[in-house]
Design a binder for this molecule. Sequence first.
Ligand code: ZN
Length: 270
Amino acid sequence: MQSKKIENTEIANNGGDMAEIALALAKQQQSGQMLNKDLLPSKGKFYQNDIFVKKLSTIDIKNLATLTSDTMDGVINGILSHCVHGVNVNDILVGDKFWLIFYLRNLTYNDYPFAVKYKCENCKKSGMYKMTMKDVIVTYLKDDFSTSYTMDNGDEIEIGFPTVGNEVSQNQILKEPEKYIPSGEVDDSLLNIACYIKAINGKNISIARAYDYIINLDALSFTNFSNYMVDIDFGIKPYIEIDCECTNKVNVPLSLTPEYFMPKIKNEKE
Ligand SMILES: [Zn+2]
């Protein structure tokens, strides 16, 4: 009886170890490879944990290849939550969001070049450029960035960069402004600026409250604050720059096309 008891315990232990190994393996496969956070437009300064990225799944690719303006936010946020681990999707900064989408596409296809057509306005030559991840132009968060800013009117502002979660709230306000904004009307770009204000004179405020603050701001404070925000913001540029033979730089818009997410990769066996 006694030996059987030990045997049972051993089996239980072995089983436990196996289960743990299987779990660790599954977790590793699920969480993918560690991302070098320095590559992010934010340089990862606002993410405390390590971030892991994994390749796009067939469902993700299908969703990206059939994007419309209506489905865009939902699809992109869904993909970020499948493929980026170590940070909650709602805490991903808007400035990092599209960089991550391009990064995931290139991780999935080993940076397979994407053919971009261009026409140079200077020498009138048109051509085809093979775009890779290195062509995505990144504006990084400045190293000496401080979260506190003093308005010309003397108010102390605590700056925070908008997250995917803030963006969801912002879209709710845009959809039904009468629910959140006393006047019932909302200006898209002013609301966008409001999303960068986390606290005023030490008091945390909501986006709707920050919007109210922005629309009632004096001209000088507003202008200086807007210019400051443009200066410190980070993200990717909505275009790539192609060097033409004539030394002119041709700007081509960066777009999320089906061909980008489902490239026609030649099979070497064919
Ligand atoms: Zn040219």
